[in-house]
Write a protein that binds this ligand. Structure first.
Ligand code: E4P
Length: 221
């Protein structure tokens, strides 16, 4: 499964990319707002920090403006995927950009039918928002399963990018269902790589090593 980092924090992107964990990044206007700085500088840094797909979101409402904006966003780099909202205008833009060879991520998907329409419009990725559905009392991962089942009946090239991930169980379930990608906030990726038994095991290895060194001055690896 592809792992994307869901952030506009270029430092976090560089850090996890150094570990070889990232297949790309997704951003959105709210994540950019959290970083506060000039969004053009932030987007440039993120696009330069990772080789894989970086989703940058359009902020226009009309499809003609989205198409223009999408083309401008692509100037940040060949790895830019244009994120369009799951609206009629967004699908028009998705269709036009995809036909031009510009990859599109259709975002804010909350139903299997929306995912089907995005795939028909040529989206490279559809992004079901699992956490926001869970928050509203629905079954986010159930939606992912239904979208994967539906798309498997046909031969769309569209990949399911599980978004609005809140915790590691979402990630494990996405991988178990065979989702092609998931986008993770840095805090979720951090939780995935940690385990208290790893920490306590390492602590006891280190303290035994210190004792051994004290008994054997000058010893070292
Ligand atoms: C996806 O591309 C979005 O940026 C993101 O996953 C939104 O998640 P949220 O519900 O945590 O805002």
């Amino acid at each position: 499964m592809k792992i994307f980092l869901d952030t506009a924090d270029a430092g976090a992107v560089r850090s996890y990319n150094e570990m070889g964990l990232l297949d790309g990044v997704t951003t959105n206007p709210s994540l950019l707002y959290r970083e506060r700085g000039d969004p053009r500088r932030v987007m440039r840094e993120i696009v330069d920090a990772v080789e894989g797909d970086v989703s940058l979101e359009v902020v226009s409402a009309a499809h003609g403006d989205m198409i223009e904006e999408g083309r401008r966003l692509r100037e940040y780099g060949p790895n830019v995927v244009v994120k369009c909202p799951m609206t009629a205008e967004g699908l028009r833009a998705c269709r036009a950009l995809s036909a031009d060879g510009v990859p599109v991520n259709v975002t804010l998907v909350f139903s299997p039918n929306q995912a089907l329409l995005a795939a028909k419009a040529g989206a490279k990725y559809v992004s079901p928002f699992v956490g926001r559905l869970d928050d509203a009392g629905h079954d986010g991962m159930g939606l992912v399963a239904r979208i994967l089942g539906l798309l498997a009946n046909y031969d769309y090239a569209t990949e399911v990018l599980v978004a609005s991930v809140r915790h590691p169980i979402h990630v494990a379930r996405a991988a178990g269902l065979g989702a092609q990608a998931a986008t993770l906030p840095p805090a979720v990726l951090e939780k995935m790589l940690r385990h208290p038994l790893t920490d306590s095991g390492l602590e006891s290895f280190m303290s035994d090593w210190e004792r051994l060194k004290a008994e054997n001055p000058g010893a070292g690896p």
